[in-house]
Write a protein of this length. Structure first.
Length: 122
């Protein structure tokens, strides 16, 4: 009887983990697509719905291998990129070396770079 109870609890726990993981994956896909589309209002709404902050997810969330700011640069999503810079900590931005990446990839004249330069004190 005890083995049956443990197996039942394990089955219930496994079923609870899968939808949450799928929901988080869909949430992150949505965040990436809103950054690419330069849709700041939908990005803010999705973050609020997911109870997330850019400060907490910036270092871990990757969109096709790029961080959120690199994604914004590549998509020309200036409004969203500036929003990301304003919401992410100076330390996280410096550690991601996004300034060096932007300069090396021809984005130094971007409006995002102006905000980033001001935040980093360069």
């Amino acid at each position: 009887m005890r083995v049956l109870t443990i197996a039942g609890v394990a089955l219930i726990a496994a079923s609870l983990v899968t939808p949450t993981t799928q929901a988080n994956e869909q949430l992150f896909v949505s965040i990436c697509s809103y950054v690419k589309a330069d849709d700041k209002s939908r990005l803010r709404k999705k973050l609020k719905e997911g109870r997330l902050t850019l400060r907490n997810i910036y270092t871990d969330l990757k969109c096709n291998g790029d961080n959120l700011l690199q994604t914004a640069y590549k998509a020309g999503a200036n409004e969203t990129g500036e929003y990301i810079v304003k919401r992410v900590s100076k330390k996280a931005l410096a550690e991601s070396k996004v300034w060096d990446w932007a300069n090396a990839n021809g984005h130094s004249a971007s409006p995002i770079s102006a905000v980033l330069k001001g935040k980093l004190g360069l």
